[in-house]
Design a protein. Structure first.
Length: 336
């Protein structure tokens, strides 16, 4: 009798050996990009919901504002310097502050300032009411209140350009032109030294000129004078409009005095320039940035000035009428 032997154990299956590098590469190629690779440890990352992947509205607005400012610089400047109109309808003359095509530094400074003005308007959620009162062509004098340090001016000019296609010129305080760097760069950005001759020349060229009758008194005012017209009985802008024969468009800006917090104490003020009577108050914001207050600008209908040979009493009456309209526009901007 032959004893039965148990069957031999089955031979182990041979597993094909693939290099670890190839296995890792194949898994890495097939693994979703937004997950962590399992060979590197940890659990796969969960997918973010679409709401988190979408850009917030502020970043979407930045994405819409910045590329045209940078990428369209060459085409925009070339078209305007060749005599093309700024307004899409072809109604407004070009008053581009950069009139020297051969100076790349001026173009770069202006483009940088234009981008900063757009970002400032976006940061402060700036709005422009009554843009239909701004003429598309011809000389005009805009008169209104000034904010602390004049900080709101770039955002206001940006809104005017976006609404009309025109680059406004601003009559600046003469003290700024005593500062070496400022007196060089300010004309590149549309700033004009506030003299009668310069203002008449700008209006005779058909520009849109912005005038702040309060000047440095409003720019460097203390908190107790916020949203107060410090015109000090001036008649200069009325005589200017009467002599040039151009209409006056009143405007007002609300939020322009709340960008920085300034103390009342005179010790926190420094002179604007050596020998200047104006003292600049030092202020505080949100770290290096101004406070993110909302800015609203309201523009009113234009008014024809009195004749150049009008008596002083009539000039004063017209000035008071403009001041009353600015006050009404300030209330409108406050409650808009």
């Amino acid at each position: 009798m032959v004893a039965a032997h148990p069957p031999p154990p089955p031979a182990p299956r041979s597993t094909p050996t693939a290099p670890l590098v190839s296995l890792t590469a194949s898994r890495k190629a097939s693994w979703p990009r937004n997950h962590r690779h399992p060979l590197r440890g940890g659990q796969p990352r969960a997918r973010r919901p679409p709401a988190l992947r979408a850009l917030p509205p502020s970043w979407q607005a930045l994405n819409a504002v910045i590329p045209p400012l940078f990428l369209g610089a060459r085409e925009g400047l070339a078209g305007r310097q060749a005599g093309a109109v700024c307004h899409p309808g072809g109604a407004s003359p070009s008053s581009h502050p950069v009139d020297a095509a051969q100076n790349p530094l001026r173009r770069a400074v202006f483009r940088f300032a234009e981008t900063g003005a757009a970002l400032s308007a976006l940061y402060h959620r700036a709005r422009l009411l009554g843009a239909e009162h701004l003429p598309a062509r011809g000389p005009v004098l805009l008169v209104g209140n000034h904010g602390l340090w004049g900080y709101e001016t770039p955002a206001f000019f940006h809104l005017i350009h976006r609404a009309t296609g025109r680059y406004p010129l601003g009559l600046a305080e003469r003290g700024f032109f005593k500062i070496p760097l400022v007196r060089t760069v300010l004309p590149w950005l549309g700033g004009v030294e506030g003299t009668r001759e310069n203002a008449l020349a700008s209006l005779s060229q058909g520009n849109l000129v912005v005038c702040y009758p309060g000047g440095a008194w409003e720019t460097f005012k203390k908190p107790r004078y916020h949203y107060t017209l410090r015109w000090e009985g001036t008649l200069g802008f009325v005589r200017l409009a009467a002599q040039a024969g151009v209409p006056i468009v009143p405007f007002a800006g609300f939020g322009v005095d709340g960008t920085f917090v300034c103390p009342e104490n005179e010790r926190w003020c420094v002179p604007l320039a050596p020998g200047e009577k104006y003292r600049v108050p030092l202020g505080m914001g949100l770290g290096p940035l101004p406070l993110p207050v909302k800015m609203t600008f309201a523009v009113g209908p234009s008014l024809e000035p009195p004749p150049a040979d009008a008596p002083e009493s009539r000039l004063k009456h017209f000035r008071d009428r403009i001041a009353t309209m600015v006050h009404h526009l300030l209330v409108r901007a406050c409650h808009a």
